[in-house]
Design a protein around this ligand. Structure first.
Ligand code: KIV
Length: 535
């Protein structure tokens, strides 16, 4: 069944974590990291993965191509690349998407007067012609073409209707309406969508989509308002990351449609009590996807974030705890298990063997290769020597640290020693192995132990950078908890993040810093890739 014929009775989830999400400052991901997220998005059940903006850089092109090859299988999601309404962009997108079983080109051009006058420096009639011409051009490569009039919500409605009619006549299959600057209220969105449905004569030939930015904190509310008014595709990101204040959060939209299904059913022409889900998302994969995206982008989730924040299922007040003990639904509208949140059962300790370790990981949804399992098991044994009880949360962090944070090229930390105290000058001695195999040692003093580590490491790695953010979170409670350190560092106008966990937060800080430095190192390497990977 084509997605168009399925679309009237459910919402198509278009995930743009790897494109708009990656536009969050400091969220830069390398190809392997994007691929890991894309595999997880497939498990989550998204319908469309916007894998990147193929023309933007050789790395983006490669990421779209690799995801198209490895995730865009016949049973997999649609793989999409963004392209401005420019021939070279569309060619690059088409080339990168070639391996995908279900490719989509998403082409866009601004339509608001303010963008036309100050940014594009084009007239309305020029934009009208370009939109049609470029949709036709994209259609010459793929059947599935999405068109976005950028800044649609601030575009003069009559002109917007004309552009959309032209794009549909030229062959667009999805029309996406971006609230690019996050200016609308839910009521505005309703009026905008109704206006389009009433005034664009061929609108019924396409799937209508919405893209809401979160500048006023209204992105999810606006996306839901659009659904109530007939939109059947929502563009969203995991944890709501994205340009500026981010996008509508996938987990919020999906759980709103799930928890309030009986409310939304009528907008889909279903009986109020119909039980079939309104999206194809496997909600039990939400928590895992959210943690993975947070870890790889280095963008921490605020504790009170809806659905996936650490406090989303925590009950602090005595009255609430009393209610929860008596009957969960007194203060909970959904179960933690429905998003796949581990229950934090204490299962393993230092006497647990490889088999128990492997089995528990499998139960938690981690299928590791033998090599990764070995690495994770060795690390588990090290942690279990220091920490008596290893929870599911600890296990998850160990597996992520050992499998997803590892880089195949870059610097490796060999040894770290720190001296600190109230009557001594904090000093760190660090040994690293360089990418070409040299073993280097240096020492530095600092204002504190973490600063000393950073100074020593910077002297060894010799890549100019500035530390702009440092945070520590404990994975579980207790004095022996694993601490997760997240750092961000800046190099020229780019930001790189790193994350690592250990029972010793100074050691975690060292690994986190090295992870970020390795990302920076690898970025500098890709800058040297010859332009032939571009089309
Ligand atoms: O915010 C925006 O307008 C976009 C479009 C490309 C959909 O990201």
């Amino acid at each position: 069944m084509s997605i168009a014929s399925q679309a009237t009775d459910r919402v198509i989830i278009f995930d743009t974590t790897l494109r708009d999400g990656e536009q969050s400052p400091g969220a830069t991901l390398n190809v392997e990291e994007k691929l890991a997220i894309a595999h997880q998005l497939k498990l989550l059940g998204v319908d469309v993965i916007e894998a990147g903006f193929a023309i933007a850089s050789p790395g983006d092109f490669q990421a779209v191509k690799t995801i198209a090859e490895q995730v865009g299988t016949p049973d997999g999601p649609i793989i999409c690349s963004l392209a401005r309404a420019i021939r070279q962009d569309i060619q690059a997108a088409a080339e990168a998407l070639k391996p995908a079983a279900h490719p989509r080109i998403h082409t866009m051009i601004s339509t608001s007067d303010i963008h036309l006058q100050y940014q594009l420096k084009k007239t309305r009639s020029e934009v009208l012609a370009i939109a049609q011409e470029m949709v036709t051009y994209a259609k010459s490569f793929v059947d599935d073409v999405e068109f976005s009039p950028m800044d649609a919500s601030r575009t003069e409605p009559e002109f917007l209707y004309q552009v959309l009619e032209g794009a549909i006549a030229a062959g667009a299959t999805t029309i996406n309406i971006p609230d690019t600057v996050g200016y609308c209220t839910p009521k505005d969105i309703g009026i905008l969508i109704q206006g389009i449905r009433e005034n664009v004569p061929n609108i019924d030939r396409v799937i209508l989509s919405i893209h809401t930015q979160n500048d006023l904190g209204l992105a999810t509310a606006n996306a839901l308002a659009a659904i109530e008014n007939g939109v059947r595709q929502v563009e969203c990101t995991i944890n709501g990351i994205g340009e500026r204040a981010g996008n509508a959060a996938l987990e919020e939209i999906v759980m709103a449609l799930q928890v309030r299904k009986h409310y939304f059913n009528s907008y889909f022409g279903r009986p109020v009590n119909a039980d079939a889900p309104l999206t194809n998302i496997k909600t039990q994969e939400i928590y895992k996807t959210s943690s993975l995206v947070s870890q790889l982008t280095g963008m921490l989730i605020q504790p009170n974030k809806a659905i996936v924040g650490a406090n989303a299922f925590a009950h602090e007040s005595g009255i609430h705890q009393d209610g929860i003990i008596k009957h969960r639904q007194t203060y909970e509208i959904m179960e933690a298990a429905s998003i796949g949140l581990p229950e934090n059962r204490i299962v393993l300790g230092k006497h647990s063997g490889r088999n128990a370790f492997r089995t528990r990981l499998k139960e938690l949804g981690f299928e590791l290769s033998d090599a990764d399992l070995n690495k994770a098991f060795n690390r588990f044994k090290e942690v279990a020597d220091k920490k008596k009880e290893i929870s599911d949360w600890d296990l998850e962090v160990i597996v992520r640290d050992e499998t997803q944070n590892q880089v195949e090229s870059g610097f490796q930390l060999e040894h770290i020693q720190v001296v600190c105290g109230d009557c001594t000058c904090p000093t760190a001695t660090i040994t690293v192995v360089t990418p070409d195999g040299k073993i280097l040692t240096d020492a530095s003093v600092g204002t504190g132990p973490v600063d000393a580590v950073y100074q020593a490491m910077n002297r060894l790695v010799q890549i100019p950078n500035q530390l702009i953010e440092f945070s520590v979170q404990s994975v579980t409670g207790g004095i022996d908890a694993l601490g997760t350190v997240t750092i961000r560092l800046a190099h020229q106008d780019k930001i790189f993040s790193g994350q690592a966990s250990d029972t010793d937060i100074v050691v975690a800080a060292a690994y986190a810093h090295l992870n970020a430095l390795n990302r920076l190192y690898r970025y500098l390497q890709t800058q040297r890739i010859p332009a032939q990977v571009r089309v």
